[in-house]
Design a protein around this ligand. Sequence first.
Ligand code: ARG
Length: 584
Amino acid sequence: MKFKKHNILYLNLAQLIQEAIQKSTDDLALNLDQIYLLLSTPPKKDMGDVAFACFGLAKALKKSPAQIAQDLLECLNESRLVLKSKNFGPYLNFYINPAEFNKIILDEILSESFFKSSLVEIAPKTTIEYSQPNTHKELHVGHMRNMCLGNAIVNLYRYVGIETHATTFPGDVGTHVAKCLWYYKKYNTEQPPTIRQGAWLGKLYTKANLKLEDEKGSENEEKNRAELTAILKQLHDENGEYYTLWQETKKWSLTLMQEVYAWANITFDSWYWESDVDSTSVALINKYFEKGLFIKDQGAIGIDLSDDKLGFCLLLKSDGTGLYATKDLELARRKFEDQDIEKSIYVVDNRQSLHFKQVFKTLEKMGFENAKNCFHLQYEMVELPDGAMSSRKGNIVPIQKLIDEMVTKIKIDYLNKYVGDWHTCEIDTVANQVAAGAIKYGMTRIDSNKKIVFDMDEWLKLDGESGPYIQYVHARINSLVSKIKRDPEIQFELLTHELESDLILKLSKFNTIIENCVTNNKTHPLCSYLYELAKAFNSFYAECSVLKAETHELVQARTALADGVAIIIRNGLSLLGIDAPKKM
Ligand code: ARG
């Protein structure tokens, strides 16, 4: 993947530096791309707006970086973009001329052309698989992390111009299904509800587990195991009463998933089911066994990955049935072949890290050229303030219940004051947008390597780092901006206050932040950026009067700046899958 030099400021400065290098020596030493990459933000405001690190030139020019910074300073051409330049040790720093810079940036943002062009030069066609819950279990807050993270990554990839296919792979077969159906047929006495059957079914799964656990060591243990095996056999053979029940109940889980996806505004370009790849995955293993790649040990087939320190990966049991890894090999084959993709990302929690290492290594040995472009995007668990969640044990927060509770709380805390003023369905829409803002921001703002502690009150706060806080700042700006009719020509050069320059510089960095997110497959840099931006806007607004600025021209320029902030917030939130209500 290669990004374009899309930062206008950096590109201009890189050209300026290149000219200076040419002037100061005959040696070209660095090309434009390299110079561009050596630009950064100085550690302190009074050291300028952009810094160029001269270390990279030292070898070629046989001079100390500090000497180079000094020499380049003398060779710099005039530029309308630069107010002043100064060397700080090995760095050459630039102070930007707001008159020039403000106009370039704000024109682009206000016309939204800033968001339109592709940021990548070359990028592999990518598939991103995320949100692969198991059927017959209840969806809970923990599943939200995957959903929010995966969806944001897809949005970010598409935003920068990468052709991206979003897919999912729900687990509709396996022991968890057998356990749930076993309990359903043998012990359940309740009528299934008429709505939200999926959630109800998930509760049976928990009850099944508790019962099985309870009977461990009792005379029933053996019998239970035999019954589960018989159920799994029916599901495998695709006949019998359990198979019929499986077909029916799978639809309930699917409806649950679809309701949540609809709420979260998530869509997939394709769906793979574990049950779909099951039988062909066995054939795939047999084919490669014939080719001599796999080994047979006491009737079972697998691959020895001990040379790669990945142990032995079992692929077919002695009864000829496959395992989880087996299905993943077939799934990967289909993704490569059906969609002709080059890069494949799997958003799955970090407990499956060894599994994916084994799968990717096996794919490589099977000769899949793009196996090296498979990537496990791992993330840590979500915990409740009192510890880990587990649907097996039943201490979970079901998604639908959580959404209902949040929406109710948002109405009570923030929106009920508008009853009578706003239409009821408007209140409903905004309450749901804020709930989604709280959940999606909360789930994406933490580095994926770190645990999240879910805390509804914290996530809904309007005065801390939360989605609703940023949505609120956006809504305030929106109401401010709507009060002023904008002139066709704005004098952006009037925006010279330190807090104004600071805001504009922040705005200009939006695409660079996105580039960073995509390069590292992370969402939290965008989250902190939006939070910092919202805070910076509040500081500016507290200090610089907008509506009551001294002159008409300044009112106009500040309103335009505020609008620019709102536009960036709106676009940034939308990449996180969050709507920005006009009012709240
Ligand atoms: N359904 C699995 C689970 O809940 C996750 C599937 C992940 N994707 C994959 N290709 N293995 O653990």
